[in-house]
Design a protein around this ligand. Sequence first.
Ligand code: 5GP
Ligand code: MN
Length: 327
Amino acid sequence: MTDPTVRAILDVIGRGSRFLLVSHLRPDGDAVGSVLGLGLSLEAAGKSVAMVLEDGVPVNFRQLTGADRIDGRSEGPFDAVFVLDCSDLMRAGAALDEYHQPHINIDHHPTNDGFAAINMVIESACSTTEMIYDVLRAGDIPIPPEAAEALLTGLVTDTIGFQTPNISAKAIRTAADLMELGPDLSRLYRTALIEKSFEAYRYWGAGLMSLRRENGLVWASLTLDDRRQAGYGGRDDADLVNQLSAIKGSMVRIIFIELSDSEVKVSWRSQPGYDVSGVAGSFGGGGHRTAAGATVAGALEDVRRRVVEATRELMGAAGELAESPIR
Ligand code: 5GP
Ligand code: MN
């Protein structure tokens, strides 16, 4: 028996012919994979789609078939608007300005605020693309190989190669099903997760030089100057935060990226038992229990002090940092 929410989504798909698909600002593999995976499948089913990411497609995902079809803006009207992998409407940016209440919200963030008419939010899903796969299957909607590749990309990147603590047998089964539809997992894994530019490695070097530790809390900063000196073109951390997860004994990791002299992007990653979504929320962001982020107003040093302080308190509450001296 099909879940009523899935049935409601399939009903909207069945009745409409032209759809808008959007995801969040600063898109990751799951954002790109969700928009492309659902978009290309709906097209294969004879629908017309507009796929929109306001910030465009990051370089690691530009080789995906159909990535060049993703626009920064949309031209309506549409029969329905899908917001994918996006916990709130602010995260979707201007792509959605004219749609005060989008029709369909498919997401796996626990901080999702249920902004749409139909909300499919499943916290235990490893990626939004895993949920989209279930919707397509339930509706017998064909998944062409290029859509399968996009959906698998979301699953591979959100689980950092099937290694995050939330990894489930169901996610692996979904990945296996998607592989059978055509994508080359080995190649996709390498382009989406492993390959980095020379400049990104130099940028990592600068960030690693700034590494600090206080008991189980580890943090690093990436400044505008680091970016300039390394010649790194992005405004992100080049995934350095995921490297910090390998540091033995680290319970919570934080990366600070200086966006300007008055704005800092903060990323948290944690071991199970340390829920960082709340502390990200208290700085105006959100995310998952073990991976969250926020963009915080203030100068780097000031934001770093406030965020480290708040995270230290959270860890204290979680039982860490009790007696040990600061190193
Ligand atoms: P990252 O640190 O890689 O940017 O994001 C980690 C997780 O937190 C992702 O699931 C992302 O969607 C979420 N996240 C990052 N920044 C924000 C933000 O500003 N607002 C909300 N609501 N979620 C965020
Ligand atoms: Mn996701």
